[in-house]
Design a protein around this ligand. Structure first.
Ligand code: GDP
Ligand code: IMO
Ligand code: MG
Length: 427
């Protein structure tokens, strides 16, 4: 069997967690391949909302294995909190969760460095989630990092102290206050002890053995393609490859083993943190979308910036990922707009273009819109594709044509059950 990949096509928060949970019964293994606790993946079912940061979104389904792959960066303290939150739901963690020994560890000093770097950038800050993601990936590529497998080594504490000392020097250069470090370290060391009780594996061998044994694997992305370290709006990006290629390096899957690529997008756009956002609506329309979509970050609680759908950006993401099937979420949020705008091009330095140019400054791309009629119906109780209002079907048809890719699922609410599979297209 080959591996399917599910990933976000915008700036994150497209609804990946919800859709992975919906698709999980079709898979034997769900595996995260990059990112870390900067992610917040929300799942809702049986009236309860769960937010996962490090743990794959298949964790609540029976008979599914969940793997945290080598490309992920792990904060043991956050992982422990997530594991504790699973206890009331009877999840037998060591039967269903495996962690790669090659995943890198986020140290307390990585978090301090993240905060120090953002503070030093002032108004040019990235808007990082302050979870230590950037500094941890810097240590990974700088070949200084600590990995999960290192916690099994006799000299782990010494290795930790060596890296901590390096970080303290850097923090000194930033003149950054480190008085909380003692408390953070205590919590971290105790979480490391708990981590020693988890099932640690060489996940590349495990995933490849699963494929060989005919098991179906779904790789779950974090963040979104427009936050990719190479192809996002650099430097306002995260520090990992969020695109499909990241599933190869983050799990040890050969490129020719990738099968379907599910690309998720919201019926509109959102972004948290700084950086260019051509279709951002800084007016009451943006406010209305934020209120209707409860657009506040699942990890940081920050209000998300909202705007209309951006086709050039979406086409770029589809190209980079080789998306075979699209999934559109939050369609219900757009109910109640007389018309819906779709950005088809940009005006840029006197030219009409349909791609994202290099080094674009905020506000430099002026979106050119096409308007189509909106819908007023409440979609949240709909059960099947033939109940979708005609105007929404027109929106879907328009997008499928423009994006040259089928839309297989239309999500109409946060709950697992509020998911319309377009049978005619097939998932
Ligand atoms: P992720 O990071 O891609 O997993 O997405 P988040 O969980 O950060 O953000 C998506 C938010 O939208 C969550 O609060 C979900 O519960 C919610 N959500 C997902 N799909 C839908 C949908 O179709 N309609 C509505 N109204 N909410 C949705
Ligand atoms: P999920 O998986 C939305 C954004 C941050 C910031 C930038 C860099 O839930 O979709 P980082 O902490 O990675 O150094 O922050 O990336 N960001 C996200 N935005 N959803 C996410 O994850 C994000 N993870 C990081 O807001 O702008
Ligand atoms: Mg999220």
């Amino acid at each position: 069997m080959k591996v399917d990949v599910l990933l976000g096509l915008q700036w994150g928060d497209e609804g990946k967690g919800k859709i992975v949970d919906v698709l999980t019964p079709k898979y034997d293994v769900i595996a995260r391949f990059q990112g870390g606790p900067n992610a917040g993946h929300t799942l809702e079912f049986e009236g309860i909302k769960h937010v996962l940061h490090t743990i794959p979104s298949g964790i609540f389904r029976k008979n599914t294995q969940n793997v945290i792959g080598n490309g992920v960066v792990i904060d043991p303290v956050i992982l422990k909190k997530e594991l504790d939150a699973l206890i009331p739901f009877g999840v037998k963690v060591n039967e269903v969760l495996k962690v790669s020994r090659k995943a890198h560890l986020i140290l307390p000093t990585h978090k301090l460095l993240d905060a120090a770097s953002e503070k030093a950038k002032g108004k040019d800050k990235i808007g990082s989630t302050l979870k230590g993601i950037g500094p941890t990936y810097m240590d990974k590529t700088g070949r200084n990092g600590l990995r999960v497998g290192d916690i099994e080594a006799a000299d782990f504490k010494e290795r930790y102290n060596r890296l901590k000392e390096k970080h303290l020097q850097l923090l000194g250069n930033f003149n950054f206050d480190t008085h909380q470090l003692g408390a953070l370290e205590k919590e971290w060391m105790s979480a490391i002890k708990e981590m020693q009780n988890l099932v640690l594996i060489d996940s590349e061998h495990y995933i490849n053995a699963c494929m060989k044994n005919g098991q179906a694997v779904l790789a779950e992305g974090a963040q979104g393609s427009l936050l990719d370290i190479d192809f996002g709006s650099y430097p306002f990006v995260t520090s990992s490859n969020t695109i499909c290629a990241g599933a190869c390096t983050g799990l040890g899957i050969a490129p020719n083993r990738i099968n379907e690529v599910f690309g998720i997008f919201k019926a509109y756009c959102t972004r948290v943190g700084s950086g260019p956002f051509p279709t951002e609506l800084k007016d009451e329309v943006g406010e209305k979308i934020r209120a209707a979509g409860h657009e506040f970050g699942a990890t940081t609680g920050r209000p998300r910036r909202c705007g209309w759908l951006d086709l050039p950006a979406l086409k770029y993401a589809i190209m980079l990922n080789g998306v075979t099937k699209l999934i559109m979420t939050k369609s219900d949020v757009l109910s109640g707009f007389d018309s819906i705008d779709i950005c088809t091009h940009y005006n840029y330095r006197g030219e009409k273009i349909d791609y994202l140019p290099f080094g674009v400054e905020e506000g430099e791309l002026e979106p050119v819109y096409e308007s189509i009629p909106g819908w007023n119906e409440d979609l949240t109780g709909l059960q099947s594709a033939d109940e979708l209002p005609e105007t929404l079907n027109n929106y879907v048809d328009y997008l499928e044509k423009a994006l040259e890719t089928p839309i297989t699922i239309v999500s109409v609410g946060p709950d697992r059950s509020q998911t319309i599979i377009r049978e005619a297209v097939g998932v």
